[in-house]
Design a protein around this ligand. Structure first.
Ligand code: UD1
Ligand code: BG6
Length: 417
């Protein structure tokens, strides 16, 4: 059952390139439209006969996906679009909502955090996030013109399910994003999207997380498909979506480097993680993985809050991870790195492979470890960025001698409040 791997968690981490493909399968449509004509694109869009569905390629491989990605031109010659069977009849309703409210627990909440900015950008509908238990504790106001999005790997988490019952009672449109077909949340939502990441057995969620982000990105693309002004941005994201599985594979090849890093960190008491923008979620998810599995204290911190408290923790004994891959916030992350180094922090930097400035500056510096990843479209970068830290938490846990698939006191599916 573990397919030659020693634990389910490491198997599931390595399954991610294939899981991403399964999540996209049948949902990204390629079409041939007359060059430069938006109206013809729309026509073709509505004619299912001229759509070549990704899953019609039976032996779909990483290489064929990459070929599709790199073959895409910007003039709609082979413009892909998104088909989400469960949402087709609901797009107009969702776009008319006053708010989109994402509701989840644990890692699923972090997936919402990772994708929120893109949903806001592409839909221009206000997006809020709610931890299910907190929404219920507050009995937060929900209205008939809200769309509530329930994200859950298992589809059975009690708090999320109770929040769904509450939202239904308030008359909100309820959309589910679940990895388990036939689960309570899948059945009780008005509409939704199955994640299709495959069964996840390790208590700590890995492949479901990256595929949940992918689903929310696809939903944002679907909801915005009528917007001409968002077309270039949608094209950029669609192209990179197709390249994501092969890029993920390259990140997984860094496992031996990450294992060495885990050896350096295994006897620490604490690990801080800084990120901002799309990668605030990466810092939060990294910290959750490290603490729930290796029992090492770990905190995910919004880098923008550094001077409002966390900086006091930094000295030469405190290891800190900084997610500083290239995006519009890179200069701000560079400043965070400088602030941490000025307090003699011991840093692990996740950087873009093509960021010669950071890499040149720190190579050879004994206090700084570098992990390099490919650069992908900003909203997809968290999908790649979490992978080294899934591997790090796995190897830290093994080195510290704990049960990586079944951490103490935790359950895969929390069915009681
Ligand atoms: C569906 C089929 C898939 C088939 C494809 C062909 C299922 C489960 N999926 O996938 O096997 O290859 O059509 O076109 O039979 N839903 C919710 N809440 C959720 C998740 C889903 O209500 O949390 C609903 C959806 O609105 C939809 C149904 O469940 O009505 C199936 O969703 P999904 O599997 O995502 O749909 P397709 O991708 O179209
Ligand atoms: C549990 C799991 O706490 O529930 C986590 O251990 C998971 O991995 C959380 O993120 C939420 O679960 P679900 O199934 O609703 O995504």
């Amino acid at each position: 059952m573990k397919g030659g791997y020693s634990h389910f968690m490491i198997k599931e981490i390595h399954e991610q390139p294939d899981a991403l493909i399964e999540t996209m399968r049948g949902r990204i449509l390629l079409q041939t439209a007359r060059r430069g004509s938006l109206s013809s694109l729309k026509e073709v869009d509505r004619s299912s006969e001229s759509l070549r569905v990704l899953d019609s390629v039976r032996d779909l491989s990483l290489d064929s996906i990459r070929a599709l990605g790199s073959g895409m031109s910007s003039d709609f010659d082979q413009a892909p679009c998104i088909k989400l069977g469960g949402l087709e009849d609901y797009v107009d309703n969702i776009m008319r909502s006053r708010r989109l409210i994402f509701i989840a627990c644990g890692t699923s909440y972090h997936a919402c955090l990772a994708a929120r900015q893109l949903v806001e950008e592409l839909t221009c509908v206000p997006v809020t996030l709610e931890l299910a238990s907190d929404l219920l504790d507050r009995q937060a106001p929900l209205f008939r013109d809200d769309t509530c999005v329930f994200v859950s790997q298992s589809g059975e988490t009690a708090d999320t399910l109770n929040a769904l019952k509450y939202a239904k009672h308030k008359g909100a449109l309820c959309l589910g994003i679940t990895n388990t077909v036939g689960s309570s949340i899948s059945r009780e939502t008005d509409c939704g999207v199955h994640v299709n990441a495959g069964v996840e057995i390790g208590v700590a969620s890995t492949k479901a997380y990256t595929c949940q982000i992918l689903v929310i990105v696809m939903i944002a693309l679907k909801l915005s498909e009528d917007s001409i002004s968002k077309m270039p941005r949608r094209q950029e994201i669609l192209r990179d979506l197709l390249n994501l599985p092969s890029m993920m594979k390259k990140v997984l090849e860094k496992e031996s480097l990450i294992k060495e890093l885990a050896k350096e960190l295994a006897s620490e008491n604490s690990l801080l993680a800084f990120g901002r923008g799309y990668n605030y979620a990466t810092a939060m998810e990294l910290a959750l993985k490290v603490k729930e599995l290796s029992y090492m204290h770990s905190e995910g911190i919004l880098a923008g809050e550094l001077k409002h408290g966390p900086l006091a923790l930094i000295d030469e004994t405190m290891p800190a991870v900084v997610v500083a891959t290239r995006d519009s916030l890179r200069e701000k992350m560079w400043s965070t790195i400088q602030q941490l180094l000025a307090r003699k922090g011991r840093l692990v930097l996740l950087v873009s492979k093509d960021d010669d400035e950071i890499i040149g500056h720190f190579s050879g510096n004994k206090n700084v470890r570098l992990i390099e990843v490919d650069t992908v479209c900003d909203c997809l970068q968290p999908v790649l960025n979490i992978v080294p830290f899934q591997l790090l938490s796995y190897h830290l846990t093994i080195l510290r001698g704990y049960n990586v698939d079944q951490p103490r006191n935790l359950a895969k599916s929390v069915t009681v409040e």
